[in-house]
Design a protein around this ligand. Structure first.
Ligand code: NDP
Length: 401
């Protein structure tokens, strides 16, 4: 029986709150706190009276966070606000003696730079305080790390090639919308791509490497190599990996809109002065784009995310594919959120459960693949994300490059 504080009342926060509230034997008391309290109240009302308390908090303000934590006294914080808040929330956890979990690595507001160095630097402080920090426990990063850990534990002696393949085969009916926070999403995909090959990063232009990949129950989709944060931790934690890449699908319509957004300067993250007010174009754009949390109702189709791995087992080549497909409509019917929020929120809840039930408990700062994947995967399907695996199949990649 444990108290948790969820920070962030967006699409992911909605799913985490609903899922935690449905398991009172683990999550005995829940506080949902966010910048805009009215959004917390809407979610708390959906969950049912008395199950979730709400609060206003600016997670950019550490003393304010500390005061709220000291008042509620949670055992763990589930951070599903934005990546900008990660370090502040970790600081507040250290100050109050509370364990920590998030779904996205820290990113400085003024620069779209994705790396774990800032959060890994908390390792000794969390260890010394006897506190656990679980980093990147959404789907990707998150389940993709757990999938890789399962492959390493049960299927391979050495993993040589890892391709994480992320397909959104859904249709929300809008000309252009992002599936999670537009600002974070556009910052991520407009950066140069990067993949790991022979102990170094190979940089690519955005959308430079493209291949049609086939996804279960979806079919062939244009897939592009881009940089994604779990590549950094997975190549560190599984040093036998020779090449690691991350693929994501994008439709032509989406790419055309994105190109226009960039060309007209609306993807800029520096501040401009508009009629005496400083605004950041991308933050302004976010305000006029569809709210990802509102996409669920008419969303059809499925997401399919998984890991395609090649390596050695008992001296022989082996291939392995492990994946989940998630229906946007089923996610919406259950939680009122679309599939991308759902596939992020369920693992965040489950990671917290792993910690609170003692399965993933060790002082320090860890990425999910550093924990035992078995208890997590034993429960993942029961909480809404069924997974599948196949061995010795064609993974659709060229391994002779
Ligand atoms: P949203 O933008 O929908 O929600 C973010 C929430 O955080 C909002 O309620 C926002 O408040 C709140 N927030 C922002 N700043 C602060 C602050 N300073 N203090 C308190 N609350 C704040 O995003 P999503 O729900 O789509 O995504 C949540 C997180 O999940 C993001 O970090 C995202 O990167 C991550 N993610 C991870 C994925 C994975 O697979 N690992 C996939 C998808 C998302 P307000 O309502 O006032 O704006």
């Amino acid at each position: 029986m444990s108290k948790v504080m969820i920070i962030g009342a967006g699409g992911v926060g909605r799913v985490v709150t609903q899922k935690c509230a449905s398991i009172p034997t683990v999550f005995s008391e829940i506080m949902l706190a966010s910048r805009t309290k009215s959004k917390c109240d809407i979610i708390a009302n959906e969950v049912g009276q008395g199950k979730v308390v709400t609060a206003q908090v600016d997670a950019d303000n550490v003393p304010e966070l500390v005061a709220l934590i000291n008042q509620f006294k949670p055992k763990m914080i589930i951070n599903v606000a934005l990546p900008y808040q990660d370090l502040n929330i970790m600081d507040a956890c250290l100050e109050t003696g509370v364990h920590y979990l998030d779904t996205a690595n820290y990113e400085p507001l003024e620069e779209a730079k994705f790396e774990y160095s800032w959060q890994w630097a908390y390792q000794e402080r969390f260890k010394k305080a006897g506190l656990t920090a679980i980093l990147g426990c959404g789907f990707d990063p998150g389940v993709t790390g757990v999938f890789t850990a399962r492959a390493a534990k049960h299927h391979f002696d050495e993993i040589h090639y890892l391709d994480i393949v992320d397909c959104n085969g859904g249709d929300h009916g809008k000309a252009f919308a992002t599936n999670f926070n537009p600002e974070i999403n556009i910052r991520e995909i407009t950066q140069n791509g990067r993949y790991w090959q022979d102990n170094e990063w190979v940089e690519t232009k955005p959308f430079e490497i493209k291949q049609v990949l086939n996804y279960p129950k979806i079919g062939g989709r244009d897939s592009y190599v881009l940089y994604h944060e779990e590549l950094e931790s997975l190549t560190k934690n599984f040093p036998t990996i020779k090449r690691a890449r991350f693929w994501m699908t994008f439709g032509q319509e989406y790419l055309t809109h994105l190109r226009v957004i960039q060309n007209i300067g609306m993807a800029r993250i520096d501040s401009i002065n508009y009629k005496g007010v400083d605004i950041v174009p991308l933050q302004f754009l976010k305000e006029v784009l569809p709210d990802p949390g509102s996409l669920g109702e008419d969303y059809s189709g499925e997401t399919s995310i998984g890991c395609r791995i090649k390596g050695l087992k008992d001296g022989k080549d082996k291939t392995y594919y492990i994946w989940n497909n998630c229906s946007h409509q089923a996610a919406y019917d259950e939680t009122g959120a679309q599939g991308v929020s759902y596939t992020t929120g369920v693992p965040a809840m489950l990671g917290a459960m792993m910690f609170l039930t003692g399965e993933w408990k060790k002082p320090g700062v860890y990425n999910v693949e550093e924990f035992n994947p078995d208890p997590f995967l034993e429960k993942l399907a029961a909480h809404g994300l069924a997974w599948h695996e196949e061995v010795n199949i064609d993974l659709e990649f060229d391994y002779n490059e």
